[in-house]
Design a binder for this molecule. Structure first.
Ligand code: ADP
Ligand code: MG
Length: 345
């Protein structure tokens, strides 16, 4: 175990001990529920006057419904699903909410040299990782070639004002699942801010926004789990405040056939699931508007790029990123300089 981790674990243990000895535990609202085939969770410490758990839950669910209505490919009536069915190759107006997510997708494509690509949908669906359940089989080479022809972020044009998109082919299919958790976390955070909350944690599965401190008046302890579906253990706990954090992994959503493992992360260049030793990538970004979406997308971009290219990009961009590699009988960690700085706190 590296020294700094040991020191930090001790600090945490000391914090827990202090709490047990009567350190203050303030009021904290906690809610959770299902969303996007996974769950959301919100904690608000020292909630603003007038906010109770029931109101919080009703309002958070309303906010999340707005996200689903705009960007879900699982809801056939969402704005994005209707856009995907629209074969027009003219400019089509889109909502500001959807536009912002698409624009972030395109930005990440350029940043990652096409490893991240929201037009990858036909391949995601072909490999059985889309909204339609599918048998765990490897598609034919012909089917992959045909789907690849529909994929490419350069086949999608965006116009900011008024927000609109233009498809180069009528059969472009957009999938922003890699940004969905972050978008959900960001919209919940914006709602909490509007309510006057200053100390909160808002998560959709592995992507969250944190601000202020928890009920014990210390940073939120954000757990990064061991990338093993059989075993929900904690690999590390990051003490965070005013940040977004997202973990993207291939250890939960994958299938195995003939002894081979196929991840839900697709390399748009080959049309196949990425094959590598990376089990998960976590990105921590400074908090602020849309930081959840950014961290979410970056984690996916880095995992698709793989350990060498991904780590190089993260280092060059000054990102706080934490990679967990699968190795015989265990895992190995790789971190960027910016991540080591957070971790050492
Ligand atoms: P998780 O948090 O479950 O690991 P991610 O945020 O990494 O999820 O998103 C994974 C989803 O992103 C896939 O299920 C698929 O819908 C989509 N996807 C797969 N490959 C790519 C890619 N190369 N670029 C953008 N999105 C992708
Ligand atoms: Mg992601």
């Amino acid at each position: 175990m590296p020294r700094r981790v040991l020191i930090r674990s001790l600090t945490l243990a000391a914090g827990v001990l202090l709490a047990a000895c009567g350190a203050p535990t303030d009021l904290q609202l906690e809610i959770t529920g299902p969303i996007m085939g996974t769950y959301y969770a919100v904690k608000v410490a020292r909630p603003p006057a007038g906010l109770d758990a029931q109101t919080l839950q009703a309002e958070v669910e309303q906010v999340l419904k707005g996200v689903i209505d705009a960007i879900s490919t699982y809801d056939p009536e969402s704005e994005l699903s209707r856009l995907n069915r629209n074969p027009s190759t003219d400019w089509v107006a889109v909502s500001r909410v959807l536009y912002a997510v698409l624009a972030e997708g395109q930005r990440l494509s350029r940043l990652s040299d096409g490893a991240f690509d929201i037009t990858v949908g036909p391949l995601v669906n072909l490999w059985g990782f889309g909204p339609q359940p599918k048998a765990d089989t490897v598609p034919s080479a012909e089917a992959i070639t045909a789907a690849r022809e529909r994929v490419g972020y350069d086949k999608l044009e965006l116009r900011a004002d008024p927000p609109a998109i233009r498809k180069q082919r009528g059969d472009i299919y957009i999938d922003v699942s890699a940004l969905g958790e972050g978008e959900g976390a960001d919209r919940m955070a914006a709602y909490l801010e509007s309510r006057g909350a200053t100390d909160y944690m808002a998560a959709v599965a592995g992507t969250m926004r944190v601000r202020g401190n928890n009920a014990k008046r210390v940073s939120w302890g954000i757990a990064i789990e061991v990338p093993d579906p059989e075993n929900r253990e904690v690999q590390r706990i990051l003490p965070l405040t005013d940040s977004a954090v997202s973990t993207s992994g291939d250890y939960r959503n994958f299938f195995k056939t003939a002894g081979k493992r196929y991840s839900h992360h697709i390399d748009p260049k080959t049309g196949n699931p990425v094959e590598q030793r990376l089990a998960s990538v976590s990105v921590v970004a400074p908090g602020g508007a849309d930081s959840g979406r950014r961290a979410d997308g970056l984690a996916t971009a880095l995992i698709v790029m793989g350990e060498a290219r991904g780590l190089a990009l993260a280092e060059a961009q000054g990102l706080a990123a934490y990679f967990i590699l699968r190795e015989d009988g265990g895992f190995r960690e790789l971190t960027t300089t910016a991540f080591a700085r957070i971790d050492a706190k």
